[in-house]
Unconditional design. Sequence first.
Lengths: 389, 288
Amino acid sequence: MFTRDILWPAVIGLVLMFLLPLVTDAYTLTVLTAYAMLALSLGFIWGFAGILCFGQAAFFGLGAYAFAIASINIGTPWLPFFIAILVPALFAAVFGAVLFYGRLSDVYLAVVTLVMTLILFKFMNSSAGDGYKLGTARLGGYNGIPGFETLTVPWDSSEYLYDTSLYYFAFLLLIVVYICLRLLLRQPFGRALVGIRENELRAELMGYDIRLLKTIAFSIGAAIAGLAGCIYANWAEIVTPALFSLGQSAEIIIWVIVGGAGTLMGPLIGAALLGYTKFLLGQQSLIDNTFILGMILVLAVLLLPNGIFPAVVSIVKRVAAKFSTGRSPRSRAASRRSKLPNKTGHQADGSNRRGSTQSSAQSSAQSSAQGKSHNHRDDDGAAPIDRGQ
Amino acid sequence: MDYAAVVAVEIFYAVAVLVLISAGLAVIFGMMRVINLAHGEFLTLGGYAAIVSNKAGVNIYVSMLVMAPLAAALFGFLVERLIIRWLYGRLINTMLATWGLSLAMMGGFTMIFGNTTTGIATPIAGFTYGRYQLSGYNLFVIFMAIAVAVGLYLMLKTTRAGLIARGAMQNTEMTSAFGYNPSRVYLITFVAGSALAGLAGGVMAPLVGLNPASGANYIAKSFITVIAGGASIVSGALTSAGIFGVISQTVTLLSTPAVGEIALLVVAIILLRLLPTGITGKFFKGRI
């Protein structure tokens, strides 16, 4: 567990951190890191808890705004840094409790989260004028809030974190968050989340309070999104209502689905690749940027519903299995089994819900115990329950 | 007294706009359980079709009421064959694919028409009522909304095509056992929904300046109206449009349009929290 979940990610992450500046400048890399963090937040709640939030941008924007407003009011940047994580997390805890204790799911959840983002967007857009103030910070409407204190080196408040140092800071945070999430998914809490994603009813019958677990997961995701927003605010040095826009929410979902929902690595890769592609596309004016992003999403849903990362992993595994005779066919089957957390799987085994509740609850208890013992892939925790019972 | 009449017209108008812009989405969602997130862009497409054909010399009513639905229907045909058909039964995936389509269309409009706002003049002059000036075109929009709702109802209730469509909606397998190809029923339904969206876009075109991103103004409202309405197409859209239209317009008159829209969205969240299957999931169950 230590080598797999802490050592390797840390080593690879650090190597990447020092290699990436050879590809492009630190300024671009910082915002890509913020995007990757944002994608990770949705990748966690969608890919592992099965909560498809169409408004992850709301928490991103809330984090950025919370940082800007707190920074103007307090004057020093480190307390606001934590406020930027806390505000979205608390907001999501309350909002999530309202939703999940009302048992909203699927399309209704999508609508409500989307609407939430729109409300924030509309509110922030119409908040120009002296009437809209929080402490000494003016919300500024469409123009947003410029001119707040950005992060400094903790022991020297005159040395600002910017450009290269901000990039290193952001990337280190990303590594830490990634490792924390991996460890979290190894915990009973993480296993239970995957169980909920696979089959809510079954998880509930086994005695898990899915409403509480979902609310907590939602709140964790929001905290990470808020952190991403905070990094973004430090990078851009201005926050505008565009952070809450529908386009922003769509982009996060595109990153995750293109990279591969159901993994932690996929969203990171998706965000970095597409973010960089967008940056490169921004330098030409022949084809509209939005057009290409939209087409990528359509094609990804149609052709690569599992995303790039799982596809690449399964190809690599197949090639590796061809060359080494020592590999068991079982592990290949496991890699092929990983799938998107869409609802089709749930409908497929809905038929034996009624008949064999008890036996299937037992068998899933067994299989989740097995899942703990063989630690193969983090997304395989809730291996499909054998239907034969 | 005059003021009350004006307020009443304004509120009816707000409801009518919601009915009009969500009718196409309601047909597609109610019949096929498919959420078309590119609905706003279908409306914009209808609007552009109306404006372009009007500028090419076509009569304004022909371009609004014929050309706009026609263009959207043709495009809807392509979209159903190329994208939606592969994703039936996968609600979330259809939402994602059509969201991608919406972005792509937005980009496409920008490439074709440029990032500018275009518009056409309203064909109906305003008139005075007592001490107030009323827009005649608003009355036309109300009339169109009523026509669409009544037309849809009669179509579904009295015609053979409507009967088949309702059958396919209730039980696809049974319908195909009776010899009707569900894939064709879905295609026709999607095209019909697209045509309704185009019609709404065309009718709305003289009222709003159209730009490539206009769709975003429609999609949220129509989406909310349809989801809050629930499974029944006509009665669901009518009741939720009624509730949302009255509330948002009342708040708008009392404060600002931005607050009115926020009020609409807040009410939508509360409504969905209380009635997670929509209004018609609880009341008017099983009606059209």
